[in-house]
Design a protein around this ligand. Sequence first.
Ligand code: ZN
Length: 337
Amino acid sequence: MNWQGIVGHEGQKRGMERILKKGRLGQAYLFTGPSGVGKKRFAKTLCASLLCLKQGRTPELGPCGDCESCALCERDSHPDLLTVSKPEEKSEFPVKLMNEFRLLFYLKPMVSSRKVALLDDADFLNQESANSFLKTLEEPPPGMVLFLIGERTEKQLQTVLSRCQQIPFSPLSPTEMDRVIDDEVLKKPEWKWAKWASVGSIGSAKAMANSPFWAIMERVLRLLGRQSKIDATLADDLVKLAESAGDTGAFQRPLILDFLRALSRIVSHLMVPNHSGDPGEYSHQPFVNDLKHSFSRNKILRLLETLGNSGEQVERFIPLALGMAWLAEEIHQIAEA
Ligand SMILES: [Zn+2]
């Protein structure tokens, strides 16, 4: 775990470095920005720096990498690094979980000179679960620092926002994304498309480049352009696509959301050729070109609405198999309309 492994976010690194140098470390920070750009990795490296046993009174940006604390951080098992995230099966943080989490803050550090806490999925704190630790957020035990990680600023509670210093993170540039990907993937045409469709999220781009993502995208686009016959396996294939991301919904849902977003961007581009977010080389695929001629404005609008609704279902934790069956049926109907 070190800063060399973190690509991009130079401004945030320099900002944190200045804060540490001046000994002005706050007690609570909220990192916001698109998922998959490296916020959590950034926060974890920062936590490792603060916990490192080789650090003096004013810690520097960068863990030593070989003390006991650094080894524990590397293995994700540091007893003074408290982490919590929303349980996969819940749509919000349960207040009981937050109460339990808060109690841990008051135990003495076991390895390092302080405790640090990392709360992921801050977008899913509700008023009740947030209230249970607002006081701690305001006045944590001495030396303790809390890092909250969320995606959208507008999803954060005012009570949380007002108690944290917010640090926004931006999407990665295409060049930065190229720097973190294996040479083998870098050469694939799928990587170029994934890079475009992921809008600067390296997490999304990796998932899109390493799955049947584009084969299914082609299938849906051909279906919509009526270049292929309707068959009953589309829903199953969408579920298989989700499963290619991992065993649990925590991995599967983001990939389906990425798929819906990428399809929306391609389709929006058909309606407004100069639509910002040019699908680049992907629009030169013959089946995309054909769609340009055969797809009416009404169909495009209907499809965009369907994709938006499908995304909402996925975000509301409707079982994926049901959601994908609904989406496949809608796509068939739009294709036939
Ligand atoms: Zn260390």
